[in-house]
Ligand binder design. Structure first.
Ligand code: ATP
Length: 338
């Protein structure tokens, strides 16, 4: 039995959460991976109601669970996800960008993953006003850089890909911070003779993701660059509606779509639930690895194949060129599971 805490979020979050809850019930009832789902609140609505974007009761439930699923939250994201990542030391943010059939993608045969350092950089909230000037502190440590580099190399080794890690930084300008990041990655590379290693400035990477996205395998980068490049990579393969993510630590993990709360389409049944469904697939992969559980491996494969099958038939939501509602798409994916 796996205990899953589910943050339902803001904007399109509740609609996506409904899709994933239905999917999880089918997995529990018909496939036999036993799941206990605890729905918890966090985000803008919770802030309005309780005065806190991440209430203690939510944190308690998350800490008692085996894993967390998080739908997007709105303006209070920094007080929810950024806090959770640091509090639970979810140091690796894994953002795959993979070609699916029938997508408005720039190119075919893309299969890359961005491994983003999740705890440091300009996202630690160390910002100050000094008169009429605002100052932000950027932290990059050798410990965190080597830890994320190692994760990236392990990912490249495990994946059925090009066995390549590209370290993305801007060390020609940020000589101290990105200099340390680049050096740390290069040092870790020495322990992975079977994986090729190269480095790229972030501006060149932004261009190459458009020009030759199929040349990448694993990209390892710092927090802010990873945030930006992963939205770009998602768009290259079809859009944010297809983009899942994982936040992984030594003991705990949290899975969420790459995108935000998308208030412009909230409540209209126009959201593509694939991002959250594929995040759930990543959750089963992690549970499988952590618990040596073959059944969860199978569930992860079934979920991915179901999404492939559905979009392959041209059954798509509006964001990727179709006309199906969130509910219709979810039902179709579920019908392929059973
Ligand atoms: P954040 O900064 O919190 O990531 P954002 O302002 O970048 O948020 P998002 O909410 O991530 O904006 O979404 C950008 C746009 O992409 C939305 O306005 C929406 O039209 C589209 N979008 C995002 N997610 C989905 C989805 N699951 N299905 C359909 N369209 C989506």
């Amino acid at each position: 039995m796996y205990k899953i805490s589910l943050i339902t979020g803001d904007g399109i979050g509740p609609e996506l959460s409904e899709s994933v809850t239905e999917l999880l019930h089918v997995i529990n009832d018909k496939i036999g991976v036993k799941l206990e789902i605890s729905t918890v609140e966090a985000g803008d609505n919770t802030l309005k109601k309780t005065g806190k974007a991440l209430p203690d009761s939510t944190l308690d439930t998350i800490k008692k669970s085996d894993v967390c699923l998080k739908a997007p939250v709105g303006e209070s994201a920094a007080d929810v996800i950024v806090v959770l990542r640091r509090m639970l030391d979810l140091y690796a943010n894994i953002r795959p960008a993979k070609s699916y059939p029938n997508m408005p993608a720039l190119k075919e045969n893309i299969d890359l993953v961005i491994v983003r350092e999740n705890t440091e950089d300009l996202y630690t909230g160390m910002e100050f006003d000094v008169g009429k000037t605002a100052i932000a502190l950027r932290t990059i440590s050798e410990h965190a850089s080597k830890r994320i580099a190692k994760y990236a190399f392990m990912t490249a080794r495990q994946r059925n890909g090009k066995k390549k890690v590209t370290c993305v930084h801007k060390s020609n300008v940020m000589r101290k911070t990105d200099g340390l990041f680049a050096r740390s990655c290069a040092e870790v590379a020495k322990d992975f003779g079977d994986i090729s290693f190269d480095q790229m400035y972030v501006d060149a990477c932004a261009m190459n993701l458009i020009r030759q996205p199929d040349s990448f395998d694993v990209i390892v980068t710092t927090n802010l660059f990873g945030d930006i490049l992963s939205d770009e990579a998602a768009q290259v393969v079809g859009g944010l509606g297809m983009a899942p993510a994982a936040n992984i630590g030594e003991k705990f993990a949290l899975f969420e779509p790459v995108h935000g709360a998308a208030f412009d389409i909230a409540g209209k049944q126009a959201a593509n639930p694939s991002s959250f469904i594929l995040s759930t697939k990543m959750m089963f992969e992690w549970l499988a690895m952590k618990n040596n559980d073959a059944k969860s491996v199978k569930v992860a494969k079934m979920i991915e194949e179901a999404v492939y099958g559905v979009v392959g038939e041209g059954f798509r939501t509006k964001d990727v060129g179709g006309n199906k509602t969130t509910k219709e798409f979810t039902q179709k994916v579920i019908s392929k599971l059973t």
